[in-house]
Design a protein. Structure first.
Length: 276
């Protein structure tokens, strides 16, 4: 191996370590602080004493409802917009570049701005108040640009030969989309959904403005509910001695993301016939 290749290999390994080491330290810190609190009771008990005691059961329910509302709105809209862009707007045209730039700018908007808009529009103008529905809709609005761009790129990456084969077989437009295009782009679409879920689960500012701060279990989407990310913020910043419980809650969030990732990969594997 020549020295430029060796230098490139060493540089790549060092860059990989520069990413993995901080991630490892983060997980170690969470485990060191939260392992003493994390238990079965912590997962299945409701919080008490403003989060100083009890568990996170009601918070997991609120988080699940907020995420469900977000995905029920964002996935169909995101996939529909991505299909329009990939099928009706040719790549490289001025319109495609303009629409792509708009989506990229929307994805870069600070989350607190989405939270402020969600509070003004969903909570006040529409009269939804501080509720799970307000929080889910605001999160959907925030993750839509990321989901659209990810799905669009996945759909555009499907080889042109597949479209030509479909046309040769006289497959209808709907048949092409349902049977060939979307299944072939499914891994890329799933990546966009997972990234959107990760951003939604980690979001605090949007939910502070829209979903509220209440610790109790919600009875409907019109009730206020505290998400896990908001609970972590509150424990770390406002509750004396709350760091162990904040770290334990952070471990639960990481575990939820890992489990969702594994489930999506397992679901995609038989459909695609390859490891993804």
């Amino acid at each position: 191996m020549r020295w430029p290749d060796r230098l490139a290999a060493v540089t790549g390994a060092l860059l990989l370590l520069a990413v993995l080491v901080p991630m490892g330290l983060m997980l170690w810190s969470l485990m060191a602080q939260g392992s003493s609190v994390l238990s079965v009771d912590f997962l299945f008990e409701d919080p008490s004493q403003a989060g100083r005691a009890g568990g996170i059961a009601s918070l997991m329910i609120s988080t699940g409802w907020i995420l469900a509302v977000c995905l029920l709105v964002a996935v169909p809209l995101g996939l529909g917009c991505a299909l329009y862009l990939s099928e009706q707007v040719p790549a490289g045209t001025r319109r495609a570049q303009w629409l792509g730039g708009v989506l990229d700018m929307l994805a870069a908007v600070p989350s607190i701005v989405y939270g402020l808009f969600g509070y003004q529009f969903f909570a006040i103008s529409l009269g939804l108040g501080f509720s799970i529905l307000s929080g889910g809709l605001a999160l959907a609005l925030m993750v839509l640009p990321l989901m659209i761009r990810s799905a669009e790129q996945a759909l555009r990456a499907v080889p042109l030969s597949y479209r030509q084969a479909g046309e040769a077989l006289s497959i209808s437009r709907w048949g092409w989309v349902r049977r060939i295009l979307v299944p072939q782009a499914a891994p890329g679409i799933a990546v966009g959904i997972i990234l959107s879920i990760g951003r939604a689960l980690a979001e605090t500012a949007v939910l502070l403005f829209t979903a509220g701060y209440v610790l109790r279990r919600p009875d409907s989407v019109m009730d206020s509910g505290r998400a896990l990310s908001v609970h972590i913020y509150d424990l770390a910043m406002n509750v004396p001695g709350g760091m162990p419980r904040a770290a334990a809650t952070g471990l639960v969030l990481v575990a939820i993301l890992v489990i969702l990732n594994l489930l999506v990969r397992r679901w995609l594997r038989p459909a695609q016939g390859v490891l993804y």
